[in-house]
Design a protein around this ligand. Structure first.
Ligand SMILES: Nc1ncnc2c1ncn2[C@@H]1O[C@H](COP(=O)(O)OP(=O)(O)OP(=O)(O)O)[C@@H](O)[C@H]1O
Ligand SMILES: [Mg+2]
Length: 342
């Protein structure tokens, strides 16, 4: 029997699932290139080199703001990743792929994602596409064929996709062009301003993931961590201690914009759908949904019940896997050629 793989190419992470197996890959979508030509590391291993590599090694993010920017390098990276997956779970040659496509993608961007997978050396025998919010909906556990209306908020690295989904289709979708990465940038700026201290992107991400909260922590709830970097005044390496209240004040503006946008979408929904959403509630997913109390903030602003997906980064890949496994969900995957004719 043929194998089916689901692929979700994110700005921050690359996720791959396999029918009847699960998520077989979830690592940083990063490549380390030596002398502008040779890929020497991919994924988490390449990410570990970021900020540390000598000048002849370049650490590349092939996807920028949710859009494929480095087609050739990304194809080479997929070849390496597919080879690794193949070693563990059996060869990937000549199989079928489901590719997640963001709702905001233009026809050219859609085609680029399909062409990317088609160009890999595993030579897929069939490639079909699934709208990312639909894969998300299935992945978070919504019964998509029966659900009359629900809202899904996917907070990724460079994109936040807010979609109202009903009966297997997208009713409304809005994209904000920021996610967790913007919060990391704000942490870097705030640390520089308040502490006269420079930290790198990885440290900022660690601070957000460890201390980030959508709720101002009370004095006895405040948690702290040590962050390493360079003192701007002395110019020397060192460390500072940051606390969760500082992080809350640094990232809250971004969380607030997301919450207000969700509310705005709800205010413009058809009344029938509004009623359905009131019953089904909201689903919060994407890696940055891991921020503590983000669900509580959204529930407070919208009055809806909010379900947080435990492995937010993987919900799209899980959705693709479920679509591959369940014949009744097969209609959610579209053959790419058919869409081009339309
Ligand atoms: N526990 C956590 N708490 C807060 N943020 C987290 C946590 N874990 C991961 N993140 C953040 O989630 C983001 C990555 O999420 P995800 O893997 O869904 O993004 P992506 O799919 O690559 O991006 P996009 O969909 O925007 O292209 C990063 O900004 C990362 O720092
Ligand atoms: Mg994503």
């Amino acid at each position: 029997m043929s194998k089916v793989y689901g692929i979700d190419i994110g700005t921050s992470t690359l996720k791959i699932s396999q029918k009847d197996v699960g998520v077989v890959y979830n690592q940083k979508n990063v490549i380390a290139v030596f002398d502008k030509k040779k890929i020497i590391a991919t994924g988490d291993e390449a990410w570990a080199m970021d900020g540390r590599a000598p000048s002849e090694i370049e650490v590349i993010h092939p996807v920028h703001s949710g859009v494929l920017a480095e087609l050739k390098k990304m194809t080479e990276m997929l070849d390496i990743v597919f080879e690794k997956i193949g070693e563990e779970h059996g060869k990937m040659t000549g199989q079928e792929f489901l590719v997640a496509i963001p709702s905001y993608a233009t026809e050219v961007e859609r085609k680029a994602l399909v062409d990317l997978v088609a160009a890999t050396s595993v030579k897929p025998k069939r490639i079909r596409v699934v709208d990312r919010p639909i894969a998300d909906a299935v992945g978070v556990g919504i019964n998509i064929r029966e659900c009359f209306g629900t809202i899904i908020v996917d907070v990724g690295a460079d994109t936040t996709e807010i979609s109202v989904v009903s009966l297997g289709g997208i009713v409304v979708s809005r994209m904000l062009n920021f996610g967790g990465n913007r919060m990391d940038e704000s942490i870097i700026s705030a640390v520089r301003k308040d502490y006269n201290f420079l930290i790198g992107r990885k440290t900022a991400e660690q601070i957000k993931n460890t201390l980030g909260s959508a709720n101002d922590p009370s004095d006895d709830e405040i948690t702290m961590m040590k962050a390493f970097g360079r003192d701007i005044i002395s110019g020397l390496p060192g460390s500072i201690r940051v606390d969760s209240s500082f992080v809350y004040f640094t990232i809250q503006e971004h969380l607030q914009i997301i919450a207000e946008t969700v509310r705005n979408i709800l205010e413009h929904c058809d009344p029938e759908i509004s009623l359905d959403i009131l019953e089904s509630g909201m689903y919060l997913t994407g890696g940055a949904s891991g921020i503590k109390d983000f669900d509580r903030l959204l529930a407070g602003i919208t009055g809806l019940k909010v379900t947080k997906c435990p492995k937010g980064s993987e919900s799209v890949a899980v959705g693709l896997e479920l679509i591959a496994e369940n014949q009744k969900l097969d209609f959610l995957a579209e053959k790419y050629e058919m869409m081009q004719i339309m």
